[in-house]
Ligand binder design. Sequence first.
Ligand code: MIG
Length: 819
Amino acid sequence: MKEQEPKGLPIEITAEDLEQDIQHVNNPIVGLKPIEKKYLGKVTEVRQENNRYIFSDGDASVEIRVVSDEIIKVRMAPHSVFLEEFSYAVPKLDQRVAVFTFTEEDDKYAVSTNTVTCFINKEDFRISFADNESNIINEDFQAMHYEENVQFGGYYVYCTKTCFPEESFYGLGDKPTDFNLRGKRLQNWNSDTYSFAKHQDPLYRSIPFYISLNKGVAHGIFMDNTFKTHFDFAQEDNGKTSFWADGGELQYYYIHGPHMMDVVKRYHTLTGTHKLPPIWALGYHQCRWSYYPESKLKDLADNFRKRKIPCDALYLDIDYMDGYRCFTWNKKYFPNPKKMIKELSDDGFKTVVIIDPGIKVDNNYWVFKEGKENKYFCRRSDDYFMEGHVWPGRCQFPDFTNPEVRQWWGTLFKELVEVGVAGVWNDMNEPAVFGSGTFPDDVRHQYDGHRGSHRKAHNVYGMQMVRATYDGLKLLQKNKRPFTITRAGYAGVQRYSSVWTGDNVATWEHLKIGSIQMQRLSVSGIPFAGTDIGGFSGEPSGELFTRWIQLGVFSPFMRAHSAGDTAEREPWSFGPELEDINRKFIELRYKLLPYIYSTFWEHHRYGFPILRPVVMIEQHNPTNHYREDEFTFGDKILVCPVLEEGATSRRLYLPEGQWFDYWTHETITGGKELDVLAPLDSMPIFVKAGSVIPEFPVMQHVNEFEVEEMIFQVYYSDYEVNSFYFEDHGDTFAYEQDIYLEKKFVVNGDKKSMLIKQSIEGLFTPRYETYDLKIIGLPFKPSKVVVDGKDYIGDLAFDDLKRVRLKVNKNFRQVQIFK
Ligand code: MIG
């Protein structure tokens, strides 16, 4: 116990605090007091403070705050004591509207914005929300209530809403269960869940945000509470939806729709969007626990290039470290990391390394020494250090909820950045501890000055770790975009990181679970997500691996990963036939990169989710409410992964409108189910008619060569369709100063002619001069093409896929094609 030398109390905790804690835990009288739920009573008082109204029943208070026309925040304070306002999820709560009204009626009060009215019933304090046509969208089933927590202080807080007969529920992050959450009871408590099972709950992340859909109208509820939270969607009682927390304040945002897409976009106005990732991060990543020594990694890299399978990133799992000490190297396996990373980089590979929060207790280890000297590690309630065993053995853990600790953590990456590491993978940050699972509840956290126990900080610990990592990398890499991945997270984690879904299993069931989890994360505000392709534990068949690669092409984050005790798992591990198919699909990912990148821009700039489940595209159609297999990637491409062993076709639903089969260019009218052939070398992919899809030529990695001509697949449509394309440097923050181009395309046709228009905004200058437009699905043989008023001179014959190819200047305004 030599290292165990607390030098006085950490400044933020007073002796009085400790005294109080001890009384609370030990007081037998308090401990025996019967605990009752207390419901809010009759409203007796109301007062206004700027954009807030505070209602009281004489004891408790409720604050109703107008955030925007479509967002209203509700807070409840037992005994009228509001906590200081602070949120890791919502960094800044600006008021965004000035116009709202307050009215009093006989039986209720009403706070109205342009689009929403919040009613507060005088008699029983029930709160409800209505749209402009007085349709009740959301209402309390009973008044909010609370229950004293005699052990830790504070309250368990509850809210129960009416659940309507046809109401469906979506969201809540990474739950590995059916996409529609009606009938489920779920909780949020970040947990290391190796080889998790279908329906297992909770997993790694806490995203207390859900979207409700009732009779075609959507709204959202975001309960911003970092304690263990619970949601019951008509599980206990078919007529009730409840959400509650094991501590903290009951505070939630009502987010108006009526479209699911609006709800998600508005949720992002509160919690922020994902920054634009470096474009290489959208390529294919190869990971394994672990690639070592250096020769192994080099072989791996050589294999990719030799076999011509595109790849942008290789990963180092925990074995690269010296005895699992973070920020060190095992010099036996990696004698010269700088040289190795440089060589990999010359060959087009980025190197990403893992980092864990557990710091080895070792007085000869600089990270431990610095952390110890500065009192950066977490402590128990009686001031002992929080200790637990993880990979390095006995460890202590930085308190990432302390801004000073985060800043320190960020500086620790200096050497890794200097040797050329391009990205950091944040693991075990639930936090995970061997044996006990996680920290005991009494561990104290600084919580950015709003201190609390681990009960309050647990769910944000991982998010604050990756925040520290992200901010540190951002400073060290100058103007380059950091690339981070995290396992744990809380609402808002998308501002700092991508995520992977954790330790899944190599089974067909998990392929399906992964597809649902990614869609769910996408509508829960976490756009940049992926699964361990192939399944982390267990052995996939070649067929399963290939189907997983296919899903991977349409996973925002595309990485294969596997546990150390499994057989090798590279795209060529299953024989030449499957290698060819895997290559074809990884190449597809690279062709679509500019489309994928543009979709990320659309997310970053406007808050659109990246994966959009069918119910989000057609929420008015009740038959979609339980669909969970089909989704679009961005606005234009619909995919339906093949999830069954031995399948050579699959039944799927194609949303309304005109579509093209991506492979055959056949046109299909949607709004119906159909059977689609899907042998192993194919998967159902459809493109919306009228789309303009940017494409790169196949590259082995994103910067392999300068694109000399941009390719656009232009799909005919006889109604007007908009598309857009975004381009910039690909790895800097210059886009924040408008150094980018946003190109809008409009396509329309009338069976005898077709029109393609382009408009351009922004300050970036691409190197290429021309476009290769591949016009697909023309219902006529073209005889004449006019570009910006001038006759086009060139070949107008159909190619082997019935496309007409036009070479035009990149700044064209208008292309007209005539029969
Ligand atoms: O206790 O670093 O989910 O992706 O390969 C296991 C080793 C620790 C868990 C991660 C997994 C990673 C593994 N880690």
